[in-house]
Write a protein that binds this ligand. Structure first.
Ligand SMILES: [Zn+2]
Ligand SMILES: [Zn+2]
Length: 336
């Protein structure tokens, strides 16, 4: 059954709505409130009652016993991630890529997500398109381009690619390369100028990048601190792709607030993260889907090999983080 969802901006412009006869999940307790009624006005819940509600001018919806719940937040999402082999996005026309984004955003909304934090790719144009009602989708918090060092997780050039240009810089639809403190600083400022609500860095190796081992630490301390400092001047923060325990620890030490994936976090590191202000956003869904369906969907062998036991590791890391009291978010990182 499809979830019935509406983005916040749409709700703001709608007449008051009363949902009668629903089971309410409030997120505070596991129990569902039976036979409840909820009044929503100007995008806010105004009243929750155990008796049917009425209000003049309000649209009344009989939920017929269905569950009514707050919109979900996908804290690690990519509207533009339309192909399992990410380098294919480099040769996709932007107009086509954004049609994929439209479909992906609509699908996220249909799954019940009314807010997504885009971890690389989405820009102010997509945000505006949703806000203006041109396309249906969740509210987007976008990072702009995810920033990577040369040869890092955001550099989609394979080892066999010989760069014809002396500038040797990669710039794709999801990620951009910036090396050294000055370039990182400038790239961060550029994304913030374009309205990014947070900055995304790649600070460990990853699965779907062709030239870096997963275990690799990426970006120097000075580069990461420069990004954190620039984000702070805009009163925002850095989220960082970090699979390994070492990368998670560097995130904590250098001021990164949101540790993405955290797939190889061990107990000792989980306790270290738990004692800090940092969050971990595991992304079990995409790792599971890649393992189960990747080869059938054309996942190249080089990436399947890098995936290895990461799904089992990721489940273990979530348990360890939960037991240590790490603040956890939910991220899908879904592709296509
Ligand atoms: Zn990542
Ligand atoms: Zn991601």
């Amino acid at each position: 059954m499809r979830a019935i969802t509406a983005p916040y901006t749409v709700l703001l412009n709608m007449a008051a709505i009363i949902f009668n006869n629903c089971r309410v999940f409030d997120g505070a307790t596991a129990a569902l409130g039976e036979g409840m009624a909820v009044l929503v006005d100007e995008g806010r819940i105004k009243e929750i009652s155990d008796r049917p509600l009425s209000a003049s001018g309000a649209r009344v919806i009989d939920a017929a016993g269905r569950v009514l719940m707050p919109g979900l937040i996908d804290a690690h999402y990519h509207a533009l991630l339309a192909d399992l082999n990410v380098a294919n996005l480099d040769i996709m026309p932007p107009s086509l890529l954004h049609q994929h984004a439209h479909v992906n955003l609509r699908a996220a909304l249909d799954r019940g997500f009314t807010s997504v934090r885009d971890a690389g790719g989405a820009d102010i144009g997509l945000v505006r398109a949703v806000e203006e009602g041109l396309i249906k989708g969740p509210r987007i918090f976008h990072a702009g381009k995810a920033l990577s060092q040369t040869g890092g997780h955001g550099d989609m050039r394979p080892a066999t690619h010989f760069e014809p240009c002396a500038c040797a810089a990669y710039h794709g639809p999801i990620c951009a390369v910036a090396d050294g403190v000055d370039e990182v600083r400038k790239a961060v400022r550029e994304e913030l100028r374009k309205g990014a609500t947070q900055i995304k860095l790649m600070v460990s190796g990853g699965v779907l990048s062709p030239s870096d081992p997963v275990w690799m630490d990426q970006y120097s301390e000075a580069e990461i601190r420069a990004a954190v400092e620039e984000a702070a001047t805009r009163r925002t923060y850095v989220m960082a792709h970090a699979h390994t325990a070492s990368a998670a620890r560097r995130c904590v030490d250098f001021g990164v607030r949101s540790i993405e994936h955290g797939t190889l976090i061990d107990r000792e590191t989980a306790e270290y993260v738990a004692a800090s202000d940092a969050f971990v956003v595991p992304t079990l869904s995409t790792i599971h889907m890649m393992k189960e369906k990747g080869p059938g969907l054309g996942l190249q062998k080089i990436f399947a090999d890098k995936l290895g036991t990461l799904f089992e590791d990721a489940q273990q890391a979530v348990s360890v983080c939960h037991e240590a009291g790490v603040k956890l978010g939910l991220g899908s990182d879904l592709i296509g």
